[in-house]
Ligand binder design. Structure first.
Ligand code: T1G
Length: 709
């Protein structure tokens, strides 16, 4: 039934089993609702309705999931209008239809289930309406049915957040009628269907209105939701359109609500934010692919991990493992550091429990998975070890020499270094083929970017195992070639430099921060500097200046540090802070310091337009990203976008650094950089690759890295 699936296998099957018509969708890998699937479901319903032997029906998915939603690849392209909506056919059926859910029922998948008369699920199933995460809204009646089934507030929370709801919670909310063991979902669904075949009237969600009365009790709920999302939903339309649809459900008849949903969906489908969010969605799947690694590579099982170094990073990394059920040993030779590290982990979990984002029982379970140990011998049998000690090469080499001596032969030896040469680290061992970089971003237990750095001797198995390990602990693994700063930090360094130089030329921290917050960043770069502490980069600059007399330091930033203005931790940095408050306050004293150093150094100061501030920061990184791709240190431009979205807080609805640059156009970016090259010299030398793309009229986001393999 339905169009042609894999070869001649139908996308939708219909079989009658013991008086129950079983509609099975079989469109791997996630049973997306491609046109043929929708037609197949319609044909099956019509068959079941027409067959007197059929007393009821079951809608279910083959493979690993129910239905993951509409085929996102089809958006933005012309698509055939269905002869009839499956939702209406399900709703309108005269025989009960039971949705039997395993894996995921998301988007149009859940909307089809909501149009069924009953819904059952296995315990591990998850349901959701995540359309807002790709810049659209549930366009299959979800904004009208879900509120009728579970109430306006609960529906609004699910639709505006786009979150996946586990089966147990879905049952409590009223989305799921029964949780079944899932030993044989098909038989369990048939049994459920047979129980309800005689029940009338058929429970049609569209006819349920009792829960809409919530709006009378709390008419301000919609405005309250708008206020609560204002910061995160800045510059975006989809979240607000979602609220508007649910508001319509509260006050208008079903069909009118559907018409509003359809109109607002159409406004969003081809919006800039929807296109950018769809790009980000697929980029985050593409990034997992390392083309030269064989698909069927046999990988070692990583069941136990160890982390060397119980500092902030080491603790965060240990939590990353425990959060996903991995037993992990945290090793530090200093009992005090180890104890402090464990306290920090405990406090971090306790904060989550206090905020309500983690249950106490879950905290206890995760803590029990983290075992503090003081000797390397105690981690010898771990499958993988992540080194997270001080960012100094001699220290790292000493650790790797010890690991080499102690770890079992099959152990994978990874370093969390953020920039140091993986080959040099590996040279401290006799097994460089087992060494790679696995670079976590701060805070390690939160940030998703997981940079996997390949050394010249790293084996394909070590590399592939690291890519998989990242995904297994909920990260987004991204390949990086071995070079100073790897890919993410290296592409960010010019941004940091321009940020400091513009202050010398006349810009002020508050102007730069406002430009970047208006662009969509959660906070501005100077506020971030105050959070992390100005002394960190100060030490690096001093070390580089000592090693390289031509090194271009940042005297204004240095002066703040030398005056004890280290940021939030000292109550003042680029801004000042009231005691116990993290709100940055513009400080005239900083303006005076800037003016004084500029005077001492003879800096010519001028005013900056907001556009120049934005372009100076981001174009410098676009140029560096092109150099990284030119050198074959990144596999594709969209990988760099994934790193910026998940490691640097780049606004997701703008797609990523390279995706955004395309909205300006490679030619304009190149011309601007070439002109700054004339004005400022070598640091603005345009990448050859950027020039080629500008000349060819190509898209930066589609550039492939020039891998040397
Ligand atoms: N459409 C097309 N391809 C999809 C897809 C989708 N909806 N979902 C996944 N894929 C591809 C994905 O690109 C990857 O491809 C492969 O499937 C495995 O995905 C009318 C309008 C379901 C939780 O937003 O959240 O319904 O890289 O690696 O980690 O109102 O996929 O192998 O070539 O992510 O196990 C709403 C999106 C759509 C769900 C599974 N639905 N998908 O995660 O596998 S809009 C969504 C996911 C809609 C209606 C509206 C996840 C997953 P490739 P994966 P996973």
């Amino acid at each position: 039934m339905g169009g042609d699936g894999q070869g001649d296998k139908p996308l939708v099957r219909f079989e009658v089993d013991d008086g129950i018509g079983i509609i099975t969708i079989d469109n791997p890998p996630v049973n997306a609702l491609a046109p043929g699937v929708r037609d197949g479901i319609l044909e099956a319903i019509e068959k079941g309705e027409a067959d007197p032997a059929v007393k009821g029906m079951v809608l279910m998915g083959a493979g690993r999931s129910f239905i993951a939603g509409a085929d996102i690849r089809a958006f933005g392209k012309p698509r055939p209008a269905p002869r009839r909506l499956t939702y209406e056919a399900l709703d309108g059926a005269n025989k009960p239809v039971v949705a039997a859910i395993h894996g995921y029922a998301l988007g149009g998948g859940l909307e089809n289930a909501l149009a069924c008369h009953y819904r059952i699920a296995v315990p591990s199933a998850k349901v959701g309406l995540p359309e807002v995460l790709i810049g659209i809204l549930p366009g299959g009646g979800g904004t009208q049915r879900l509120p009728r089934l579970i109430g306006l507030k609960a529906a609004m929370d699910m639709i505006v957040s786009g979150r996946h709801v586990p089966a147990e919670e879905a049952k409590e909310l009223g989305i799921i009628d029964a949780i079944v063991p899932g030993k044989d979902l098909r038989q369990e669904a048939i049994a459920f269907a047979k129980e309800v075949v005689g029940k009338r009237p058929l429970p049609r969600v569209r006819d349920m209105s009792a829960k809409l009365a919530e709006a009378k009790a709390d008419p301000g709920m919609f405005e309250a939701m708008r206020k609560s999302i204002a910061r995160k939903a800045r510059n975006q339309k989809a979240p607000y359109h979602c609220i508007a649809c649910i508001e319509a459900a509260a006050s208008k008849p079903f069909e009118e609500g559907i018409a509003i949903e359809r109109r607002l969906f159409a406004e969003l489908e081809n919006s800039d934010e929807a296109k950018a969010l769809r790009y980000a969605f697929f980029a985050e799947r593409e990034v997992a692919k390392v083309p030269w690694l064989p698909k069927d590579l046999a990988l070692p099982q990583i069941k136990t991990a160890a982390v060397v170094g119980a500092g902030t990073m080491g603790g965060g990394i240990a939590m990353s493992f425990a959060d996903f059920g991995f037993p992990v040993k945290l090793v530090d030779a200093s009992p005090e550091v180890l104890a402090k590290g464990m306290d920090r982990i405990r406090n971090t979990y306790a904060m989550s429990v206090k905020r309500g984002s983690l249950a106490q029982a879950e905290m206890d379970k995760r803590l029990a998975l983290i075992e503090p140990v003081e000797s390397y011998e105690e981690i010898a049998d771990c499958d993988a070890v992540i080194e997270a000690v001080f960012e100094r090469m001699p220290v790292k080499k000493e650790v790797f020499a010890k690991l080499d001596a102690v770890m079992k032969p099959a152990a994978l030896l990874y370093s969390n270094t953020s920039a140091l040469d993986i080959d040099e680290i590996a040279s401290a061992t006799k097994r460089p083929q087992s060494v790679a970089g696995t670079h976590f971003f701060v805070p390690a237990n939160v940030m998703k970017t997981f940079e996997v750095v390949e050394g010249s001797k790293t084996s394909p198995v070590t590399l592939a195992a690291a890519m998989k390990l990242g995904r297994d602990i909920g990260k987004i693994s991204a390949y990086a070639g071995n070079c100073d700063g790897f890919v993410a930090n290296r592409s960010r360094i010019p941004f940091n430099l321009e940020q400091g130089l513009m202050i010398e030329e006349g810009a002020l921290p508050e102007q730069v921060d406002k430009v970047m917050v208006d662009f969509g960043y959660p906070v501005g770069p100077f506020t971030v500097n105050d959070m992390s502490g100005l002394d960190i980069s100060y030490d690096t600059r001093k070390r580089r200046a000592a090693a390289d007399p031509t090194y271009r330091g940042l005297p204004i930033t240095d002066r703040l540090v030398e005056l004890g203005r280290l940021g939030q931790k000292t109550g003042k940095g680029w801004y000042r802070y009231e005691k116990g408050d993290r709100t940055p306050i513009v400080d005239p004293e900083v303006h005076a310091i800037i003016a004084q150093v500029a005077d001492e150094k003879g800096f010519q100061r001028r005013t900056f337009s907001d556009e120049e501030v934005l372009r100076r920061l981001l174009f410098s990184s676009v140029n560096e990203a092109c150099k990284i791709l030119e050198e074959g240190k990144a596999i594709r431009a969209s990988d760099i976008d994934v790193m910026w979205l998940n490691g640097f807080g780049f606004p997701r609805y703008r797609g990523g650094l390279m995706y955004w640059a395309d909205t300006i156009g490679a030619r304009e970016v190149y011309n601007q950089i070439a002109s700054w090259h004339q004005r400022y010299g070598a640091r603005w030398r345009p990448s050859d690759l950027l020039r080629e793309i500008a000349e060819s009229g190509g898209l930066l986001r589609q550039v492939e890295g020039r891998m040397r393999r």
